[in-house]
Write a protein that binds this ligand. Structure first.
Ligand code: PHE
Ligand code: FE
Length: 287
């Protein structure tokens, strides 16, 4: 990485000014939080629910980033920094590489409860931060930041952005209890939390690095395809190799459309349970 950024303006960080949130803003947080709490039991992965519990994020209201950062720092050496919105790619990657998660401060309005194209504080804090309590995921995010700075230099940012999209934002994970959510974009959306697991239409395909990096995505609708990992260690191991030759290898291959299936895809069977065969009764209860 080139140079450390000392000037607060240069790294786009701002003050959260926690004391300035209005009662209405805290009330919107409560609504969103309570709704997701109900939906995410049995849908979010265990690592997420544990992280949320460990952070002490509650329905009470929008959390103070300073308090959350102290808990996070003690667990995995990550901190939260406040930013005004989307920041330039190089700034974003430099923050992740330095184990700083850039979070927006503002909260959506009451008439936008279920749909938002840009991240807000509920998405950033409730969606992203709990998984940063997990040591393997925490290291993956830092590695992603370093990989981002490298991809920028190589001109392959689009390929790497797809990896972020289909893992950090919209990833699913196969657990012994069945399919679960770990992607933040899903975790902070009531509609997609149900859609991604229960709707028969989207594809659920076993994670493959090259396949993911070739797949376009849409930002204006529920996903047409979700990629399923077995665990965070698999994701971390699959992304550890140097991407330079991989970028070169896939540069000559065509992109894959968001809803397309290709020859080597292995579609995930939502009733598949790792380790042992499921009894009939259990299987029926899961679908
Ligand atoms: N191994 C990747 C590279 O060489 C870096 C990376 C790690 C990217 C983890 C994403 C996630 O570019
Ligand atoms: Fe996000």
């Amino acid at each position: 990485m080139t140079g450390t950024r000392q000037d607060p303006a240069a790294d786009f960080t701002i003050e959260q000014n926690w004391h300035e949130y209005s009662a209405e803003e805290h009330a919107i947080w409560r609504l969103l939080f309570e709704c997701q709490q109900r939906l995410l039991v049995g849908r979010a992965c265990g690592e997420y629910l544990e992280g949320l519990g460990g952070l002490g994020v509650e329905a009470n209201g929008i959390p103070d980033f300073r308090r959350l950062s102290d808990v996070l720092d003690a667990a995995t050496r990550w901190r939260i920094v406040a930013v005004p919105g989307l920041v330039p790619d190089d700034v974003f990657f430099a923050h992740l590489a330095g184990r700083r998660f850039p979070s927006t401060c503002f909260i959506r309005r009451r008439d936008q409860l279920d749909y938002l194209q840009a991240p807000d504080v509920f998405h950033d804090i409730c969606g992203h931060v709990p998984l940063l309590m997990n040591p393997v995921f925490a290291d993956y995010m830092q590695a992603y930041g370093e990989g981002g700075l490298k991809a920028l230099g190589l001109g392959h940012l689009q390929r790497l952005a797809r990896l972020y999209w289909y893992t950090v934002e919209f990833g699913l994970i196969a657990t012994p209890e069945g399919l679960r959510i770990y992607g933040s974009g899903i975790l902070s959306s009531a509609g997609e939390s149900v859609h991604c697991l229960e709707d028969p239409r989207p594809h659920r395909i076993n994670f493959d690095l090259r396949r993911v990096m070739r797949t376009r995505y849409r930002i204006d609708d529920f996903q047409k395809t979700y990629f399923v990992i077995d665990d965070f260690q698999q994701l971390f191991d699959a992304t550890r190799p140097d991407f330079t030759p991989i970028y070169r290898e896939i540069a000559v291959l065509p992109d894959i459309e968001p809803d397309a299936l290709v020859a080597d895809d292995r579609e995930f069977d939502p009733r598949r349970v790792r380790g042992k065969k499921m009894g009939r009764r259990l299987a029926a209860a899961q679908v």
